[in-house]
Design a protein around this ligand. Structure first.
Ligand SMILES: [Zn+2]
Length: 126
């Protein structure tokens, strides 16, 4: 085998290898969910899950594993406002949400702002 042949074989091996790697990435299943407020489809872990518990109380499911009907919202206070105040969550969960429950969820929405959009919050504080 000449040295140029060796190079071609090495090149072909890399080509095959990279192609199969690309295939693996494409086939990897990333769960996608839709935000109930803005209807954008995002990877599940970029969204916050809300679940309607057995007592009809809606809670934030940070583990994403609580049983019950779930709905998803972006990690964005705007989506929480929209989703919680326009009956979208009730519709998605087919549940009645008490004023108390809603207030608690809205509060969580503002905390998302504190964590995720620190710059915007600092500007507001000035
Ligand atoms: Zn959204």
């Amino acid at each position: 085998m000449t040295s140029s042949e060796t190079t071609i074989w090495a090149w072909m091996r890399t080509l095959t290898k990279s192609r199969s790697a690309a295939k693996t990435v494409a086939m990897k299943h990333v769960p996608q969910r839709t935000c109930i407020a803005c209807h954008l489809v995002k990877p599940k872990r970029q969204l916050v899950r809300l679940v309607c518990g057995p007592e009809g109380v809606v809670e934030v499911d940070t583990s994403g594993r609580k049983p019950g009907r779930g709905a998803y919202l972006c990690q964005s206070p705007g989506c929480w406002q929209k989703g919680l105040t326009r009956g979208k969550l009730e519709h998605a969960l087919r549940a009645k949400i008490s004023a108390d429950n809603r207030a608690r969820l809205l509060k969580f929405g503002t905390r998302i702002k504190a964590a995720g959009e620190a710059t915007a919050q600092m500007e507001e504080a000035r």
